[in-house]
Design a protein around this ligand. Sequence first.
Ligand SMILES: *Cc1c(COP(=O)(O)O)cnc(C)c1O
Length: 358
Amino acid sequence: MMQTTPLACWMKEQTLEMLLITMLYEHTLTGKNAFFVGDLGKIVKKHSQWQNVVAQIKPFYTVKCSSAPAVLEILAALGTGFACSSKNEMALVQELGVSPENIIYISPCKQVSQIKYAAKVGVNIMTCDNEIELKKIARNHPNAKVLLHIATEDNIGGEEGNMKFGTTLKNCKHLLECAKELDVQIIGVKFHVSSACKESQVYVHALSDARCVFDMAGEIGFTMNMLDIGGGFTGTEFQLEEVNHVISPLLDIYFPEGSGVKIISEPGSYYVSSAFTLAVNIIAKKVVENDKFPSGVEKTGSDEPAFMYYMNDGVYGSFASKLSEDLNTIPEVHKKYKEDEPLFTSSLWGPSCDELFR
Ligand SMILES: *Cc1c(COP(=O)(O)O)cnc(C)c1O
């Protein structure tokens, strides 16, 4: 089993490199397990970047992206809200003293006992995209405030597997009518544009759809006051600015200041992906003939040997999130090597026999 140590300690003068050396040394004595080093300063930086670029949008950090206590503590201190997918996540955040108004319950399919838990602890805002869930909420949470989750073009008819969440505009009317009948309060709209979607134009459609739902809701007799633009921010200032460039003029038109609509979002990776460094150990290596490399590995066709290196962490551990992202992180070798040492074609593998990933 890999061991993760989300490190709260971050000393001012200590560079990441120095801290890693210390940690690596300690781990040499205790079995060389893989571990994370977290730089909380980076999380603070991300937050000030957020406030510089999109101050009008309140972030609700998506807890599933890292529930390390140090991360939650610092974000709570910075005053972000929290987006939770389960009872456990809600409890974790509440233990830090975060008030229930600053917690939203975002799981698309909710367990009844967990809806009841949310009701008990006063977490009222939750998302919903279908009638069966709406009825479940109606039966189990008398004070629920629901955000209707609409699909965006990054998931309607898009790539296979991306059609799981969000409802159509047409179905929204039906859901609004059901909610009226069930006496469930609908307070707004949520959508999510996946970080894999590079097309910021998707926001143009999503925002106009959201406006449409607000109008429909008005006709049916709801006064809505919240818009949740989801997560999917990669963490670069450039992307955040690009999204802001597209959405801010539209927000001014559809949901202007003074309209009483509060804009929120669910950034996850945005806050944490740059803050963590994973240290793994090479636990085994194999020499293979260059042209016998498994498929997917670039072959040079030369007679030189090639190497397969096995690490002590993989997709069943800390690399799990890499299954849904581009694996564009370039690993760094910690061991120093001389400049004139020969280099060979090599590939990195996790510890399991699974063919899923390298
Ligand atoms: C995971 C998740 C997010 C966060 O996604 P990022 O791409 O990490 O910002 C937001 N909303 C929901 C519902 C999620 O499941």
